[in-house]
Design a protein around this ligand. Structure first.
Ligand code: AMP
Length: 392
């Protein structure tokens, strides 16, 4: 079986064709800068990188170009289903869903919760339905894995009508990654059928942690939107909500604009004044850049404090599992976070950490108690597997 995976953003469309059984990625690419004269389609096929200009193309012609490409390389005819990444499933979707008119209406109803992402996600579904008539389409929601959170974890302490009448509650994101990594970690630890408590720590441009008890998410750091929680590349993570009104007055800007600054000019970028990219910050911190150093210090401190808090819903700690671009690759960030969590019984093995745990099944700590692991995430494979399961 072969599955086409689509992730449509506001100005880009990421695609891949995968065999969900073997996990082999047959082709992968990105149509980007859509709607601009610089729009292009970039892809990797049989180890070679290619690019094609698509001047002025928006989503429709870009996805047509993807389908033409799949025909050119001989993959189009073998595709059995299309899996779509959808950001916000609200409280409606706790599992991947075969796309029907009712599911489309459900995704539309979640637009107020995900105004930037759900519309392009829906557009991708509609165009794929046109381009692949008769092929089953599946929506895989970033929020779904956290649907098992209990009310004490998902409620904000605000007037109850806000949740009851306006769906204002915590949902959590990165669910596909947390689910993939949690399942992989439990297999590695031999805990799939045992009581277990692990904390998955997804550190990419966006960062979030999830408390996973017996394989199910019981708490997570992102909330109503992906702005809540730990420090990220350009997002502040949690702040005092009164900060928004205070800075709106000080800067004489509307609240929306302040929230935009918390999303796009804060986090590592805002603290360092240099970059949102952890690799760049580590490099400059090594050369004595004080604010790069400070940004990394705040990032690790908030992260460790948050991870420790997530032990509460678990009542035990089998593993802290690092993933995402930073989690999988940054030796110093993992070292600092594990050091700060030493009181939980974690003790870093410097050599294993330097090798990203690859020689020890992901393990980067010593001893037989709680451990820390590095587990590469693979959201595309998870979407391919979910799609294959529903198509079958
Ligand atoms: P992602 O969104 O998962 O692609 O992750 C992007 C983040 O991972 C950026 O902050 C990158 O700087 C970071 N990253 C990737 N490789 C490394 C590395 N070798 N060391 C530190 N950070 C890295």
């Amino acid at each position: 079986m072969q599955i086409l995976i689509l992730n449509c953003g506001s100005s880009s469309a990421k695609f891949a064709v995968m065999d969900p059984a073997s996990g082999v990625e047959l082709i992968a690419g990105l149509a980007q800068r859509l709607g601009s004269p610089q729009a292009s389609l970039d892809w990797k096929w049989q180890g070679q990188k290619h690019t094609r200009a698509l001047p002025g193309a928006d989503h429709q012609p870009a996805l047509r170009a993807v389908v033409a490409l799949l025909h050119e390389v001989g993959l189009a005819a073998g595709i059995n289903g299309v899996g779509h990444r959808v950001l916000h499933g609200g409280a409606r979707f706790s599992d991947p869903a075969l796309v029907t008119p009712a599911v489309i209406a459900g995704i539309e109803a979640c637009i107020p919760l995900g105004p930037l992402h759900n519309p392009p996600n829906l557009l991708g579904i509609r165009i794929a339905q046109e381009l692949f008539p008769g092929l089953p389409q599946v929506a895989v929601f970033d929020t779904a894995f956290h649907a098992t959170m209990p009310p004490c974890a998902y409620l904000y302490a605000v007037p109850m009508e806000w949740a009851e009448q306006h769906q204002a509650r915590r949902y959590g994101f990165h669910g596909t990654s947390h689910r993939f990594v949690a399942a992989d970690a439990l297999t590695r630890l031999g805990l799939t059928d045992q009581p277990s408590g692990i904390i998955t720590v997804h550190l990419g441009n966006g960062c979030s942690c999830a408390a996973v008890r017996d394989g199910r998410s019981v708490d997570t750091t992102m909330g109503l939107t992906p702005l809540e929680g730990v420090v990220m590349g350009t997002r502040s993570g949690s702040v005092d909500p009164a900060l928004i009104g205070y800075m709106a007055k000080r800067l004489e800007l509307p609240a929306d604009k302040i929230i935009d600054l918390l999303n796009k000019q804060s986090g590592l970028q805002g603290l360092s004044g240099l970059s949102n990219d952890m690799r760049t910050l580590i490099e400059h911190a090594g050369q004595g850049h004080a604010r790069a150093r400070l940004a990394i210090e705040v990032f690790c401190y908030v992260l460790a404090k948050t991870i420790a808090g997530l032990v509460v819903p678990l009542g035990r700690l089998d593993a802290v599992v690092f993933t995402g671009g930073i989690g999988e690759n940054s030796v110093p960030v993992r070292a600092k976070v594990v050091e700060l969590l030493g009181f939980l019984g974690l003790s870093l093995d410097v050599n294993l950490n330097a090798g990203h745990g690859r020689t020890a099944g992901g393990r980067i700590t010593t001893g037989s108690g709680s451990c820390a692991l590095v587990v590469p995430t693979n959201e595309e494979l998870m979407i391919a597997r979910d799609t294959a399961a529903l198509v079958a």
